[in-house]
Design a protein around this ligand. Structure first.
Ligand code: ADE
Length: 417
């Protein structure tokens, strides 16, 4: 079997982590059991470009159990957990192309390997697989029945492709399902981003001024958790509604220019470019820490940091680079500006990925059963609600059901004051 991982001998520890995560993924486990019996993905070649974590490993096992011929490559050069990649190959017989720290060329060679698998279904986290398919593998576009997209940034890219008339395959915006972004983006990013910042620096969050760029679901989750740990939280936004929401949620809202001189820790979660730029670095305090938890490493202007610095000391601690400015101020960049929750920590915990990856599995099956048109599609509401119901069941939580009278009331207009 062809594959590319760092060290196949790390498989044993990877397997233990995969099985540990599986204990917190009961919905996905139940889908795997069903897939093993029904084999809905028989005859399907499936290529996934995802963060190579223990949670992703359990999704790959599920898709394979459903009969798919599965191949996995990394969706970020720094997020791969090498032991997981090794175990997927050695213990689960799944082809993996992912090495932590791979350079840009290797990253794209791995994406090419995933496309040369000639997939019928693709899974993406950030849309790199699909954008490479459309630019360099046009002959293979016709094979693809459907592509699933896991993250906000990828959905934005794909909608831009659709608008420009460039999209040639059906896509499902898994990110936009309620059981994905209300939970994974908010609770997953909130906790794992702080986990990454704390593992990288070991700083005490209590008492710091913590500046968050962006108040989407990820920003909301991060703000809640930072406040919970005792930080004074400042939010910056470009959207008036979100800025208002952050204000009424009790955060200080101001421009990044104003926040720049106040923050001890800065974290971007906007999905946009140069959110922290030269004018901000010029105002930052000595010792300011800057990190990103958005999908791409474009949110912090790294070129500007390099340009301003008289001296750069790499790895003053794992995942921490020190930039010494001309006036002696030091700015600490975490994880090379890549998503800190996956670079310095392990990404979102398994119990929340349980929902996101159950959606991925169910939508893979759905795309095989239903011929979809070329467009960006939503996850159907009944599948979204099914995942929520299954999750509640595994948590032992029962909810009320509407009585006949209540159903009638909701569909009538005659009854008023
Ligand atoms: N994205 C964020 N957290 C993740 C995880 N644990 N596994 C895969 N993708 C992720």
């Amino acid at each position: 079997m062809d594959y590319h991982v760092n060290n196949i001998n790390q498989a044993e520890s990877g397997k233990r982590k995969i099985l540990w995560a599986d204990r917190s993924m009961p919905v996905l486990t139940s889908i795997r059991e069903q897939f093993s019996e029904e084999k809905p993905l028989n005859g399907i070649r499936l290529s996934a470009c995802l963060h190579v974590t223990s949670e992703t490993a359990n999704l790959m096992r599920t898709l394979k159990a459903g009969g798919a011929d599965v191949l996995l490559c990394a969706s970020n050069p720094l997020s791969t957990q090498d032991s997981i990649a090794a175990s997927l190959v050695a213990d689960f017989d799944i082809r993996v192309y992912a090495v932590n720290g791979e350079d840009r060329d290797t990253y794209y060679e791995h994406i090419q390997a995933a496309l040369e698998h000639k997939p019928h279904i693709t899974l993406d986290d950030g849309a790199d697989l699909i954008s490479t398919l459309h630019s360099d593998y046009k002959d293979y576009i016709g094979n693809v029945k459907c592509s699933m997209e896991e993250t906000t940034t990828g959905v934005i890219r794909l909608k831009a492709m659709q608008k420009a008339g460039g999209l040639k395959i059906p896509v499902i915006a898994v990110n936009d399902a309620n059981t994905k972004h209300f939970f994974d983006n908010r609770y997953g990013t909130g906790q794992s981003t702080l986990d990454g910042i704390i593992r990288a620096t070991n700083i005490l969050i209590a008492g710091t001024t913590f500046v968050i760029g962006g108040y989407g679901m990820c920003g909301r989750g991060l703000a809640t958790r930072a406040r919970g740990l005792g930080a004074h939280v400042i939010v910056t936004e470009i959207d008036p509604l979100r800025a208002l929401e952050a204000t009424m949620d009790g955060y200080q809202v101001m421009t990044m220019n104003e926040a720049a001189s106040m923050g001890d820790v800065f974290c971007t979660v906007t999905g946009n470019t140069r959110v922290l730029n030269i004018s901000h670095f010029e105002k930052m305090k000595d010792g300011a820490i800057v990190a990103n938890s958005g999908h791409f490493n474009v949110e912090i202007d790294l070129e500007a940091l390099d340009m301003l610095a008289n001296e750069v000391n790499r790895n003053v601690r794992d995942y921490v680079d020190e930039y010494v400015m001309a006036d002696g101020r030091r700015i600490y960049l975490l994880g090379e500006g890549r998503l800190i929750n996956l670079v310095a920590a392990e990404g979102h915990p398994a119990s929340v990925m349980d929902m996101s990856f159950s959606l991925q599995a169910l939508m893979s099956e759905y795309s095989v059963k239903n011929g979809l048109s070329v467009a960006v599609h939503k996850v159907p509401q009944d599948i979204d609600e099914l995942v929520a119901s299954l999750k509640l069941k595994t948590m032992g939580i029962e909810i009320d059901i509407l009585t006949k009278e209540q159903k009638d009331y909701l569909t009538s207009w005659e009854q008023g004051t």
